[in-house]
Structures are given as C-alpha cells and as structure tokens.
Design a protein around this ligand. Structure first.
Ligand code: SAM
Length: 169
C-alpha cells in the first residue's frame, strides 16, 4: 500500500513528539500554480522539460524580479504545506527499511522546504512561466534565486572568498 497523505506510519518509520513550530516566520512571496491537484499526481522530482507552471509573485515583490530574466535556469524554494513534520526515520518504499529524514529529499521534514532548479521560459507582469517543478497547485512560494551553477556574485570578492591556493585577497 502506497501511503501518501495520512498520519499513519509505515513499518519501522519513527516520529518524534514536537511542540507546535513557532520559532521562525517566513513571508510567502506568492503562490505556485501547477497542473497537479493531488500528491500522487506530482512528479517526485521535476524535470526541465516538464509541464509549464506559474510562479505568481505578489505585486509588492515585482520590482525584485528585475534582472532575473538574464537567467535561463533559476532556483525556486517553496513550502510543502501539506507535509507532516515529525518523522526522523522514513520508509520511502513502505517495506520496513528506513532512512533518516536528512538523507532524503522527502517533503516530510521538520521544515518542509522544497527546492527545484527550473527553466525560466518567460516573465509576464510578475508571473514567471517555468518548467521543472514537482509541487501541488497552490503551494506557497518562499524564494527565487538565480541558479547557483551559472551565477557569478555581483559584489566584489571579500576575504572569505580567498582559496588556499589562490591569490591573497
Ligand atoms: N524538488 C523538491 C526537493 O527536492 O526539495 C521537492 C521534492 S518532494 C519529493 C516532491 C513531492 O512532494 C511530490 O511528489 C509530492 O508528493 C509532494 N508535495 C508536492 N507539493 C506538496 C505540498 N504542497 N505539500 C506537501 N507535499 C507536497
């Protein structure tokens, strides 16, 4: 049986008792529109040639998108809001074999942050059209950044950037 959306534990999974989370507050910056209405419909990981999805950025943040269209791929962070958050051991295959939460990319984690590198097709009035997501329609959007693999810092280097075998800063 494939368990996706219950409080039931699979064989050998382990949860911990937690107080309600209250130590950090995020500001969601928008919402993600995808074709997927149930978790079973979602891909486990998005693909750059997957269906087009939309990042609807709140108007107050539209100016913050300036310059982003220079990047073909961007990193998206989102809040996997339908996840339970109390498992330390998980059994992805429901076969009694468990793996630690931090050794997985499961949506079930203490702070259910999902990340994907997505292809940026275009930006239209604060809506980003992207491919490569794997989340439910309506998932809250946390952050957007240029893909780190193609990003060169705009600020000048600082002492901490010095490499042991590189030039002295
Ligand atoms: N790509 C992200 C990562 O690696 O951090 C997320 C990977 S996670 C395995 C993707 C799965 O999370 C989906 O297949 C779906 O089962 C589940 N999921 C998607 N949206 C969710 C949401 N809003 N709340 C809870 N679970 C969600």
């Amino acid at each position: 049986v494939h368990v996706t959306n219950t409080l039931e534990l699979r064989a050998n999974e382990q949860s911990v008792d937690l107080q309600p989370a209250s130590d950090a507050a995020l500001r969601f910056i928008g919402v993600i529109r995808t074709p997927w209405k149930t978790r079973d419909d979602c891909p486990r990981q998005g693909h750059l040639d997957g269906p087009s999805c939309e990042l609807i950025v709140d108007p107050v943040w539209h100016e913050a998108l300036q310059g982003l269209d220079a990047f073909e791929t961007i990193e998206v962070l989102y809040w996997l809001d339908k996840s339970r958050r109390d498992l330390v051991l998980q059994s992805p295959k429901s076969d009694g074999h468990t793996i630690g939460t931090f050794a997985l990319r499961s949506p079930v984690r203490p702070n259910p942050i999902g990340t994907s590198v997505v292809r940026l097709d275009r930006i239209d009035a604060g809506t980003l059209h992207v491919r490569g997501l794997d989340c439910l329609d309506g998932t809250p959007l946390i952050d957007i950044k240029p893909d780190r693999c193609v990003f060169t810092p705009k600020a000048p280097p600082k002492a901490g950037d010095a490499r042991p075998d590189g030039p002295k800063m």
